[in-house]
Design a protein around this ligand. Structure first.
Ligand SMILES: [Zn+2]
Length: 198
C-alpha cells in the first residue's frame, strides 16, 4: 500500500516563530515543493498534490482558515476505517483520504477532501452557541454521538454544508435530508459568517 503523508501548516505558519517562512499569500504556498518546509516526497503522484491544492484554494477563497493538519492519501480504505475519508482531531489534526487512485477530480474525491477538511475547520472554529443554532436550523438533536446514525449528527451536516458551499460544480447532497439550496446557503452563512462560493 502506498501511503502519502504531508504536514500542512498553511496559514497558521504566520503564527509560529522561528525557522519556517510564512506562505506568501495563501495556504497553497504550503504545498509548493519549492518553498516547502514540508516533505512532499511521499505524495503518491501529482494528482494528490493537485487535489489538495484545489481544496485548500477553495477554503482560501472563502476565507476559512484551516488548522495545522496532517493529510495522508492511501490506495486502500483501511486507514479510513473502510470509508473514503476520515478525520481525527488532534494537534495536528489528521485527515486520511482513501481509495481514489485514478481521476482525483471527479466530484466524489473533491467532495470527500472538502468534507474532511471541513471537520478540521469546524473543530477549530465553531463555538457551542453556533453549533446549537445550527442544530436548530437543521432540526437535529445532537452535534456528535457515535450511538446516533451519521445523518442525524450535526457534525456531519456541518461538513456536508461546508463541502457544498465550497464546491465548484453541481453537488446534490443525498446524505443529510433537507438540501434545498436556499437552506444550505443559509446554513453555510450560519456556520461561517460568510457567503458560500456558489
Ligand atoms: Zn464526516
Amino acid at each position: 500500500m502506498s501511503v502519502t503523508r504531508i504536514l500542512v501548516v498553511g496559514l497558521l505558519l504566520s503564527g509560529l516563530s522561528g525557522g519556517w517562512p510564512a506562505p506568501a499569500t495563501s495556504q497553497l504556498a504550503a504545498l509548493s515543493a519549492q518553498e516547502a518546509p514540508f516533505d512532499l516526497s511521499g505524495f503518491r503522484d501529482d494528482a494528490d498534490v493537485a487535489l489538495a491544492r484545489w481544496a485548500f484554494d477553495r477554503f482560501d477563497q472563502a476565507e476559512l482558515e484551516l488548522p495545522a493538519l496532517s493529510l495522508s492519501f492511501h490506495d486502500e480504505r483501511a486507514a479510513c476505517e473502510g470509508h473514503v475519508g476520515y478525520y481525527r482531531s488532534g494537534a495536528p489534526a489528521s485527515i486520511d483520504i482513501c481509495g481514489f487512485n485514478w481521476d482525483r477530480f471527479l466530484v466524489t474525491p473533491k467532495k470527500t477532501i472538502l468534507h474532511e477538511l471541513a471537520h478540521a475547520w469546524a473543530h477549530q472554529t465553531l463555538d457551542t452557541e453556533t453549533r446549537n443554532r445550527f442544530l436548530d436550523l437543521r432540526g437535529l438533536d445532537t452535534w456528535q454521538d457515535k450511538s446516533v446514525s451519521w445523518e442525524k449528527q450535526g457534525i456531519e451536516h456541518a461538513a456536508e454544508v461546508i463541502a457544498w458551499g465550497l464546491m465548484d460544480e453541481d453537488l446534490f447532497l443525498t446524505s443529510i435530508g433537507e438540501t434545498d439550496a436556499v437552506l444550505l446557503a443559509e446554513a453555510f452563512v450560519l456556520l461561517t459568517g460568510r457567503e458560500s462560493l456558489r
